[in-house]
Design a binder for this molecule. Structure first.
Ligand SMILES: [Zn+2]
Length: 266
């Protein structure tokens, strides 16, 4: 299977399987990167970064390891030395950033901080590791290995889509004049299903129309279409104070709906 580079929801690109994992990790932890070169880095960008971090001019202030040794790289027929105060960089053409499998994540705060440890748990589940980063003191540099990544993204994406629809149902419960405001992602799904442009899809729509689009398998996952159909009926029952049975799969939505209703009834 050849993988293509795809645009992320944040600036930048990654190979398709890594991008899918990145989006899931971003949803779960809130950590990603807003700097394009910190995900996929083209050869030109790698060369620019490398020349910024390393120099052939040994009269400049240079970085030294605790051992006193310089950090050197052989590239383009010359020996390059890492400048003082710069992070390490791979030789252009050999970086995992160039392969679209690495990301420098923002906001992790250092090795072994709470942010780092929470992030590491979620990242590890999704086939990411910080091994290469650890070797060079970079807690932010993580590589994704799709071959060992067994995370269930379909389930994860289904839950994210359901959360969105649940949020729209909840808005309706709050009596917003029978209309719901569509998120960009929902409009994109509807547009894709109808072969239209996103701009052709109104930003506001009657709830029943939204649900009927979903019911006609607007979304790739047929299970979502079925659940959306039953969701509104369940929400109606909840609103009327009737207890409804929910499957494990629907627990997150039910929890949200109940919490919102409790808030509304205060
Ligand atoms: Zn990196």
């Amino acid at each position: 299977m050849t993988e293509t580079l795809v645009n992320l929801s944040t600036p930048g690109q990654l190979l398709a399987r890594t991008a899918r994992s990145y989006e899931s990790l971003l949803r779960a932890t809130g950590h990603g990167t807003t700097i394009p070169g910190h995900a996929m880095r083209t050869l030109e960008m790698q060369i620019n970064v490398f020349k910024d971090y390393y120099t052939t001019d040994t009269s400049e202030p240079l970085f030294r390891f605790d051992s006193g040794a310089f950090d050197t790289r052989l590239w383009n027929g010359s020996r390059w030395f890492r400048r003082a105060g710069r992070p390490s960089a791979a030789i252009p053409g050999t970086s995992n950033h160039g392969k679209g499998r690495a990301v420098d994540f923002q906001g992790l705060g250092g090795f072994d901080t709470d942010e780092y440890n929470t992030f590491a748990r979620e990242a590890t589940k999704r086939g990411w590791d910080n091994a290469e980063g650890k070797r060079v003191g970079e807690w932010w540099h993580w590589n994704h290995n799709p071959d060992t990544d067994t995370f269930d993204y379909e389930e994860d994406e289904l839950m994210a889509a359901k959360d969105e629809i649940a949020a729209e149902v909840i808005k309706q419960l709050k009596g917003q004049a029978g209309k719901v405001t569509l998120t960009w992602a929902t409009r994109r799904s509807i547009a894709a299903a109808q072969g239209k442009k996103i701009d052709d899809i109104p930003t506001e729509m009657a709830l029943d129309d939204v649900l009927s689009y979903a019911a006609r398998a607007t979304f790739d996952n047929a299970a979502l279409a079925i659940e959306v159909e039953t969701l509104k009926a369940k929400v109606d029952k909840l609103a009327a104070g009737i207890k409804v049975d929910v499957t494990v799969d629907e627990t997150a939505i039910a929890r949200k709906v109940v919490a919102e209703l409790a808030e509304k009834l205060k």
